[in-house]
Design a protein around this ligand. Structure first.
Ligand code: ASP
Ligand code: CP
Length: 311
């Protein structure tokens, strides 16, 4: 069975049924990964085209394709070393690259650029992050990580009774926006913790209202941390700030470390897309509640499932 779309541009292409299909595939892929992979993508090629920095997402897509027996071509500096520098359009770039490959993962600093690219692409394209826009595969692997922690129970049971705390740059993080769009179907309670200037945008708050999800907003992490079943931490998004001073003001506004985590439940988890830059302290890494490096691994299985379902 295939996923019911050609390109994956936005998290809102998922509903619970499609999510279930992808997550079941990803769960199978964990076993295949552990056994060293398979050959279902033999003869197929993935292109990873990145205009914006990445460590996890690009290597994760590439590992996923290699584990499925396919091959990879890659350019991590499209802005400097592709024919875009000679004035070629995104659309012509897509027309060209889709002559070579079967599937493309693309990251760009401009919101909407991945959608623009698809106009010329005959190969399926996955949005691996488009500026302040969306990062669907990160949102998906984050929710998959919660599902796995909840022992693969049915979705309503797995997500419905949770209190989910989202912390940090809720204004600019494409990742928390993606997470909200997936979790809204199951109506957990949300506690949105951010500096006032970096609040969750109205459009997402309205979405929560439309889906009848309970939520509260606060600046004060200490007063709510003991309620969380899941703490979703996010970096202050330096690259979305025009003013360095403004960014520095918030960089360590919250710091998740051993001291504050003493106030949190013993059986909760902390997820984060990474990278971190002062907001999540390495001293917490050895705590069993820290799931962010397990998340990285889950991301490969999730992307294996996605490639299989789209290619
Ligand atoms: N790596 C994630 C992203 O690209 C999160 C982050 O950079 O803070 O959106
Ligand atoms: N989580 C994430 O997208 O990481 P990278 O920016 O390193 O790809």
């Amino acid at each position: 069975m295939q996923l019911p779309f050609k390109h994956l541009l936005e998290t809102n292409q998922f509903n619970p049924e499609v999510l279930r299909f992808l997550f079941e595939e990803s769960r199978n892929m964990e076993g295949i990964f552990e056994k060293g992979g398979n050959q279902i993508m033999k003869g197929k090629i993935l292109a990873t085209l990145f205009w914006e920095p990445s460590t996890r997402t690009r290597f994760s897509f590439e590992t996923a394709m290699l584990k499925l027996g396919g091959q990879v071509i890659s350019n991590f500096s499209m802005g400097q070393s592709s024919s875009i520098t000679k004035g070629e359009t995104l659309e012509d770039t897509a027309r060209t690259i889709s002559c070579f490959v079967d599937i493309i993962a693309m990251r760009h600093h401009q919101q909407g650029a991945v959608a623009e690219f698809t106009k010329g692409s005959s190969a399926p394209v996955i949005n691996a992050g488009d500026g302040a826009g969306d990062h669907p595969t990160q949102g998906l692997l984050d929710i998959y990580t919660i599902w796995k922690w909840r022992k693969f129970e049915n979705f309503e049971k797995a997500f419905g009774n949770l209190t989910i705390g989202m912390i940090g740059d809720l204004k600019n993080s494409r990742v928390v926006h993606a997470q909200l769009q997936l979790l809204k179907f199951f109506k957990p309670k949300f506690i949105l913790v951010s500096p006032n200037a970096l609040r969750m945008p109205e459009v997402y708050l309205n979405m929560l209202k439309d889906y009848d999800c309970e939520y509260e907003e606060t600046e004060d992490l200490e007063s709510v941390i003991s309620d969380f079943d899941v703490l979703s931490d996010t970096r202050i998004q330096q690259e979305r700030f025009e003013n360095r001073e403004e960014f520095e003001k918030y960089r360590t506004f919250y710091q998740i470390g051993n001291k504050i985590m003493k106030k949190a439940k013993k059986d909760m988890i902390v997820i984060a897309p990474l990278p971190r830059f002062g907001e999540l302290l390495p001293e917490f890494d050895s705590d069993p509640r820290a799931k962010y490096f397990e998340q990285v691994k889950n991301g490969v299985a999730l992307r294996m499932g996605l490639i299989k379902g789209m290619c």
